[in-house]
Design a binder for this molecule. Structure first.
Ligand code: URP
Ligand code: ZN
Ligand code: ZN
Length: 460
């Protein structure tokens, strides 16, 4: 039966209008005032905002990492995302050093396929670039619909590639029409500081933060931007946290270059004072670490200046017993925090209701830009005729409080416990099906589809 969403206020990245939406099958077929109801299931959106489903392009589900695995499966993670208004995620495949990209794809498909509730895609993390890997890149872009290649300038011995590999990869990815994304921190500097702190007996979570000062990120961001300029390959910096790194991107813009920037919700809202407690600070041990208040100001300004294009989560949850792996040594605390469920509401509450960004800008950075940059627009990331009907009905005034007691992520604490929000997801539609209603998920695992992505452009 067709679905009709009536009387809502539709917000996209560029529009703000009162209109109805008709959905036939999986796609939007009409937008207009007073659309006829005949034969439709009607959802009344009176008093609600009607916005595109969120796209979180940086999550790690069921990922082997630091001697354990992130605690959300593809089922629990994508279901929690839907509860929070995020209808699609992009997860990361990690190539094992010495193995092929194809082997890694097969391994990740084994965990993800038929297990997702919401839609998903993968970035391919290239951790070992060599003559054999080079031959595989075109296949991923042309046949697998995986057009973004993730690199790490840190985590030496496990994930990091050197600059020689980075330039080679960039040349090949540019030739094939893809995008190189990067975890931009100076791995050698960090490893040196970690070793120094450990040898001095400094083992508490705060030394994780003190081992990754701002300069480690600013330097790597500048170096990545230079390599992107030299090769002409479109670049995207993930989880950018600080003023120094954003200034490197600003310099790149002065050279007429565009490096896309993603920050994450935690870097906008939380700061490094959280590490000034005993082991509890492990909840926020992530890389890069939380920064200073001045960095939050820079990031909010960067969003409004169009320098920061995307707000993601880097959702990488670990249960408390997993965090305890590092109780005597900060360098053994699995890096990452849970947020997939809260990004949409937190960003609206603090950003739009907090007077920092407009509702259009909210949609741009939470939905539309991820779709554009990663080759899914206009199928995803907007409300338009012919687009997938991925829609969130949102009450901008309802107040609620985040708690581990009622979140849906598979983790036994909340990194935002007790935080009060204004603005709440009420109903979520994914490809024409009601996914979330009255806080219940109506879809089963397996509904979530792998979304093939197109070649990218270096402008949005
Ligand atoms: O701490 C983090 N960010 N964990 C996930 C891996 C990564 O670097 O994105
Ligand atoms: Zn990272
Ligand atoms: Zn990550």
């Amino acid at each position: 039966m067709p679905l009709l969403i009536k009387n809502g206020r539709i917000i996209t990245a560029s529009e703000d209008m009162q209109a109805d939406i008709r959905i036939d099958g999986e796609v939007i077929t009409a937008i207009g005032r007073n659309l006829p109801e005949d034969g439709c299931e009607v959802i009344d959106a009176n008093g609600l905002l009607v916005m595109p489903g969120g796209i979180d392009p940086h999550v790690h589900l069921d990922m082997p990492f630091m001697g354990t695995s992130s605690s959300d499966s593809y089922e629990t993670g994508t279901r929690a995302a839907l509860h929070g208004g995020t209808t699609m995620v992009i997860d990361f495949i990690l190539q094992k050093q010495g193995n092929s990209l194809k082997d890694a794809l097969t391994e990740w498909q084994g965990r993800a396929n038929n297990n997702c509730v919401g839609d998903y895609s993968f970035h391919m993390a290239v951790t070992d670039y060599n003559d054999e890997t080079k031959k595989e890149i075109a296949h991923f872009v042309d046949n697998e619909g995986i057009t973004s290649f993730k690199t790490f300038m840190a985590y030496k011995g496990a994930l990091m590639i050197d600059d020689r590999q980075m330039i080679g990869l960039m040349e090949e990815v540019k030739r094939c029409g893809g995008l190189v994304t990067v975890h931009a921190t100076n791995g050698d500097m960090i490893d040196y500081l970690v070793a120094r702190h450990r040898s001095e007996g400094k083992r508490a979570p705060i030394y994780h933060y003190l081992s990754q000062p701002e300069v480690t990120e600013a330097e790597a961001s500048e170096r990545f931007a230079a390599m992107s300029r030299y090769t002409g390959c479109p670049g995207y910096i993930v989880h950018l946290t600080c003023e120094g790194a954003l200034n490197a991107v600003r310099e790149a813009a002065k050279c007429n270059q565009h490096v896309f920037v993603e920050t994450c919700i935690q870097y906008l809202l939380l700061d490094a004072s959280l590490y000034e407690q005993d082991f509890d600070g492990a909840k926020w041990v992530m890389s890069p670490p939380l920064r200073e208040k001045k960095d939050q100001e820079t990031l909010w300004a960067g969003i409004n200046q169009g320098l920061v294009n995307v707000v993601a989560t880097d959702h990488c949850p670990f249960k408390w017993e997993q965090k305890l792996m590092g109780k005597d040594d900060f360098s053994k605390i699995p890096n990452g925090h849970p947020a997939i469920e809260h990004r949409y509401e937190l960003l609206f509450s603090e950003g739009v209701n907090g007077g920092r960004i407009t509702a259009n800008k909210f949609v741009e950075v939470a939905c539309t830009n991820p779709a554009k940059i990663f080759g899914m627009f206009p199928r995803k990331g907007t409300i338009g005729i012919g687009s997938d009907a991925d829609i969130v009905l949102f009450d901008p005034n309802e107040e609620h409080t985040i708690s581990v007691n009622d979140h849906h992520m598979n983790v036994d604490y909340s990194a935002y416990e007790g935080r009060k929000l204004k603005g709440r997801v009420k109903t979520v539609v994914l490809r024409g099906q009601v996914a979330i209603d009255k806080n219940e998920c109506r879809l089963q695992k397996g509904y979530g589809q792998f979304i093939k992505r197109s070649k990218v452009t270096d402008h949005i």
